[in-house]
Design a protein around this ligand. Structure first.
Ligand code: ZN
Length: 275
């Protein structure tokens, strides 16, 4: 089963729009998943996080998490690298307490380093984070995201190789890949190839439980500029949903449109045509 997720509390959440109220609003809208956006910082109040998890569970809402943006697993400054690893570990640990299934992470920037060298550094950092898995986040997946800018580590090949190596699964963002390639990855044929690459790396069953992002996107020669509403972009989003349905992709697809729940519902409605 594929669930479409809002990227944080819906815009139509009444009051100050906290996560608990956002979960209730999500359920009211008929949606069944939310990505909790810990992109600035990860909370540390375990009681509150447990409570969020319980409310989500009672409402039948599946949770994923977006880890902080301030992460660079390719940093050559020991303090910065350690801080990055700690942020990722903290997000995974709190996600476990909350009952989330997967945490997406923007892995790294190349800076002045080449792809191979960067990969090796990200690999080592990943290894050290995953050493803590058993103790702190046994049920949560570490999902490295495919990234939209040329300066960012995170091609499809990179996140697949890394995920295969550590028996985890990535966060596939086809909009980022569309932007990164300056306009490719926007057709049934190309998405089929992308999913073929995915299953070649992670196995046939891997499509049953994916962590996906999707949105419209503005881009240029250096890749991603910013996200766009589905209907104000060149994204062939209806075709993408047809591919998801045809391939029987399962898991969570977060709609990262600036219109938030409006576009999440649009995707859900389109998907429901096939079921
Ligand atoms: Zn992201």
């Amino acid at each position: 089963m594929l669930q479409f997720a809002v990227p944080g509390s819906p815009r139509s959440t009444p009051g100050s729009g906290g996560t608990i109220a956002g979960l209730k609003r999500t359920a009211e809208l008929g949606l069944t998943a939310m990505e909790v956006e810990w992109v600035q910082r990860v909370p540390s109040n375990t009681e509150h996080i447990e409570h969020i998890g319980k409310v989500a569970h009672d409402l039948g809402i599946t949770l994923t998490v977006h880890a902080p943006y301030f992460v660079n697993l390719n940093s050559r400054e020991p303090e910065k690298l350690l801080a990055s690893k700690k942020r990722v570990l903290h997000a995974l640990t709190m996600a476990e307490i909350m009952g989330a299934v997967s945490v997406c992470v923007h892995p790294a920037f190349y800076l002045t380093h080449d792809q191979k060298d960067t990969y090796e550094h990200v690999r080592r950092a990943t290894q050290s984070i995953l050493k803590q898995k058993k103790q702190f986040f046994p049920n949560v997946n570490l999902a490295f995201e495919t990234m939209g800018k040329h300066s960012q580590f995170g091609t499809l090949e990179e996140v697949l190789t890394l995920s295969q190596e550590f028996d985890i699964y990535p966060c596939i963002d086809p909009a980022h890949l569309h932007a990164r390639s300056n306009g490719a990855l926007n057709s049934v044929r190309e998405w089929n190839t992308m999913f073929d690459q995915y299953t070649q790396a992670l196995g046939k069953k891997s499509l049953k439980n994916m962590h996906l992002h999707f949105s419209g996107i503005a881009y240029g020669p250096k890749g991603e500029k910013h996200h766009l509403p589905l209907q104000n972009s060149d994204a062939k989003w209806k075709d993408f949903i047809a591919v998801l349905a045809e391939k029987k992709v399962g898991g969570v697809c977060v709609c990262e449109s600036p219109l938030m729940e409006d576009d999440t519902l649009l995707m859900q409605k389109q998907y429901d045509i096939f079921n």
